[in-house]
Design a protein around this ligand. Structure first.
Ligand code: NAD
Length: 473
């Protein structure tokens, strides 16, 4: 599925590899020195072990006088030994399963890039998502490494930089951010700021000559989205919107099965994404920073899911909004939205989101012969897919055995691949623009009480790049 599509309006840009990271270790290396030598995580651990082995085999020649020759290595490790299991192919090490085939497949072999070949990421904004999900996600990444931070708080940035082995000189604030242009370690800038700030920092990152990964929602207006796409085009850099669910294995399984018509034609999509929003002073409740309430923040997961499951673009939208008049949290933004989409194939989607309900995150697809139910569909982990389908004159409930994987590592690895191999991301800027245009149509429908008709779009996946390989490569 990898391809360079120079004629594609989503553009292709030259990219270049790079990178480092690692994990905990044994031996004499301190965690800090290991991180600085090679980063965090498994790659660093492997590097540390290799160094320890190499040290153990280094024998100094017998000392004669003052002149000391360079160290001489003894024979290398022995060749294949039946006790020391594992098969090495290229940069992958794999093992045969310890269980019978009937127990299911073992995990796919890992293929970690060595630290110096990983793609370096700068993280802009050290808030909840960046600190609690994205930075830890590098620990599961195979191709990306954190090399720079951008924050308004020196104390916080300093602590986090030391935890991840990021050089002090690679910590910027929002004013000095543009100096990142002179940092060759940074290939990708990942924007994790309040929604209304995405545009400014995407454009500044593009001008600095860096590829850009931007959190959802892409921006707070479709005109801003267009400016961001144009700026990246003009600068010759790639732009990807961080729609993590499109890289998550349960979502990919569901999409694949429905599109292959495993159980007949698709008819209905239903999804709900809601939570009880907390602190009243957060930017999410201020329209100038968020662009809206539950719809652009959590409703966008339902909207995006209906689009990537069908692959189609809706031709009609109808929406209603409900906001309690006396709840001080909702002075500027909406609480709950219910919206329906009609797709060209006839599929109907019934979607809803709220900032005033106990956590609910469910995705369902109804086909002629099956009901797909994904519980915990939109959180960072815990997805569970059940398929209830016709079998003769009866019914069967199946829970496919799908491995949980770190969604942030998957999406970052996909973008790293796109940068290294000059590919179009699966979720480029056009994917974020399309959602934003639909968000605007949903608000218009709720405001006017009328359905909003949309220009039909022919073809499928027209706002997306090629599907990543398994493991979101
Ligand atoms: P947050 O409030 O925890 O962090 C925002 C960061 O921006 C903080 O470091 C804050 O200091 C900084 N900032 C700079 N200027 C600011 C200003 N004027 N006002 C407020 N903060 C300012 O937010 P978050 O939850 O980390 O969300 C950041 C982005 O990530 C948003 O676009 C959000 O939609 C997105 N997000 C995505 C997911 C996902 O699963 N993909 C989950 C949560 C959030």
């Amino acid at each position: 599925m990898s391809e360079n599509r120079s004629n594609d309006p989503r553009h292709e840009r030259a990219g270049d590899p790079d990178g480092a990271r690692g994990g905990d270790h044994g031996g004499n290396l301190s965690r800090r020195s290991l991180l600085q030598a090679g980063g965090i995580g498994v790659a660093g651990l492997a590097a540390a072990s290799a160094m320890a082995v190499a040290d153990a085999q280094t024998v100094l020649p017998a000392q004669t006088d003052v002149q000391v020759s360079p160290p001489v290595k003894t024979a290398s490790l022995p060749g294949p030994n039946p006790i020391d299991l594992g098969k090495v192919e290229g940069n992958k090490v794999s093992f045969t399963s310890l269980q019978d085939a009937s127990e299911g497949e073992s995990s796919p072999p890992s293929a970690l890039l060595p630290p110096d070949r990983r793609v370096g990421f700068a993280i802009v904004g050290l808030g909840h998502l960046a600190v609690q999900q994205i930075l830890p996600g590098f620990g599961s990444s195979r191709k990306a490494k954190p090399v720079a931070l951008v924050s308004g708080r020196a104390d916080k940035a300093r602590v986090i930089a030391s935890q991840y082995g990021i050089k002090p000189e690679a910590v910027y604030d929002y004013e000095s951010f543009d100096r990142i242009a002179q940092n060759p370690d940074v290939k990708v800038v990942y924007i994790v700021l309040p929604n209304a700030m995405h545009k400014e920092f995407v454009i500044r990152a593009a001008k600095a000559g860096k590829h850009v990964l931007c959190e959802k929602p892409m921006a707070t207006s479709s005109s801003d989205c267009r400016e961001m796409i144009d700026a990246c085009d003009k600068a010759g850099v790639k732009l990807m919107i961080a729609y993590r669910c499109q890289y998550e294995p349960h979502h990919r399984y569901l999409m694949d099965s429905v599109r292959k018509k495993d159980f007949g034609e698709m008819r209905l999509v239903r999804a709900v994404n809601g939570q009880d929003v907390g602190a009243i002073d957060q930017w999410r409740l201020r329209k100038a920073l968020s662009g809206g309430g539950s719809l652009p923040d959590v409703g966008i997961y339902c909207l995006n899911a209906a689009r990537y499951i069908t692959g189609e673009e809706p031709v009609e939208v109808f929406a209603q909004i409900s906001t309690p008049p006396n709840d001080p949290r909702f002075k500027e933004v909406e609480e709950s939205v219910s919206f329906q989409l009609r797709f060209p194939s006839g599929v109907l989607a019934e979607l809803s989101c709220s900032y005033g309900v106990h956590r609910a995150q469910t995705l369902e697809v109804h086909t002629a012969e099956a009901h797909y139910l994904m519980e915990h569909a939109f959180p960072y982990k815990g997805q569970r897919l059940q398929i209830s389908h016709k079998i003769g004159k009866s019914d069967a409930d199946v829970v496919p055995n799908i491995e949980q994987q770190d969604q942030f590592a998957l999406e970052m690895d996909h973008f790293a691949t796109c940068v290294m191999e000059n590919r179009v991301p699966r979720t480029p800027g056009e994917e974020g623009l399309q959602d934003q245009m639909l968000v605007e149509a949903i608000y218009q429908s709720a405001r006017t009480g009328q359905a909003v008709k949309l220009k039909p779009v022919s073809g499928t996946d027209v706002t997306r790049g090629p599907m990543p390989e398994n493991g979101a490569g």
